[in-house]
Design a protein around this ligand. Structure first.
Ligand SMILES: [Zn+2]
Length: 274
């Protein structure tokens, strides 16, 4: 029952593109043990790049609501702002699959006017999926515990409106939950996906449950992409990487057993393990 500061490490692991809003680590109610997540749109007409103070400080009278009013918000560009790592006043009265109360659910306000016309760009949806998957893994719930605010309570319609790829929040929440369950929006061909499975098994063995866990999938995806661009490959369980700045460190941070650099680029990339 505490501020969920450990989640920042999970966001790093999952590759969520996030920024900390000042004070986020100790903002909100310290009694906070999320077992699910509620998705929202922020219904703000003007496009913001730095989070408006309402997220952290709350809504002024006459519709007074003490802040914080969300745990996270994200932009059209897919940047996630961490507003509060304690419980926030976002869900209100309602419930989902037996849980109720803001102390039991994470909340995300997605930048969108919520008028049913404004589009949620691909980058934003991907960031929402990735964040939700990361939170689900960190807090130990599965995709079925993720809902729209409109599913939490009939008082609300959010999130509402069209995704860039044609899905609609109001019709396609099961599709969203499926994306969360698989740990992100697939951006691979079937062949690449198959390769990812093989890479995952080679590196990590058979997964304990679910598949693939995105933390590992992200690693595999990097390798798969490296392979696709002939910049990396696996031989006898050893990952070999060439000329992709930062990839060596990325893999090492995620516990890839052994990474070898091609001699000609050793000078350009820090040697892993030093
Ligand atoms: Zn809402």
């Amino acid at each position: 029952m505490a501020y969920q500061t450990g989640v920042l490490e999970a966001l790093n692991d999952w590759g969520v593109n996030y920024r900390e809003y000042p004070g986020c680590r100790t903002r909100g109610y310290s009694s906070f043990w999320p077992l699910g997540m509620v998705e929202h749109h922020d219904a703000i007409e003007a496009r913001w790049t730095y989070p408006p103070s309402i997220f952290a400080d709350g809504r002024p009278p006459p519709n007074y609501l003490p802040g914080p009013i969300t745990n996270f918000c994200n932009t059209f560009d897919g940047i996630v702002w961490v507003i509060a790592l304690g419980a926030a006043n976002h869900a209100g009265t309602g419930s989902w699959r037996g849980i109720y109360g803001n102390s039991k659910v994470w909340g995300l306000e997605q930048q969108n006017a919520g008028n049913g016309v404004q589009v949620y760009p691909d980058a934003q949806i991907e960031s929402t999926v990735l964040l939700t998957s990361a939170l689900a893994e960190f807090s130990g719930f599965d995709a079925s515990m993720v809902c729209r605010h409109a599913e939490w309570t009939s008082r609300k319609i959010d999130p509402y409106g069209p995704w860039q790829d044609g899905h609609l929040w109001q019709n396609d929440m099961d599709h969203f939950r499926a994306l969360v369950a698989q740990g992100g929006t697939p951006d691979m061909t079937e062949a690449e996906s198959k390769m990812l499975v093989e890479i995952h098994q080679e590196l990590f063995g058979q997964p304990k449950f679910g598949y693939p866990k995105l933390r590992d999938a992200a690693t595999g995806l990097m390798i798969a992409k490296a392979k696709g661009s002939r910049q990396g490959w696996i031989t006898n369980g050893i990952v070999k990487v060439k000329a992709q700045k930062g990839l060596g460190g990325f893999l090492a941070n995620r516990g890839v057993p052994k990474v070898e650099m091609e001699p000609e680029v050793l000078g350009a990339i820090p040697v892993v393990g030093e």
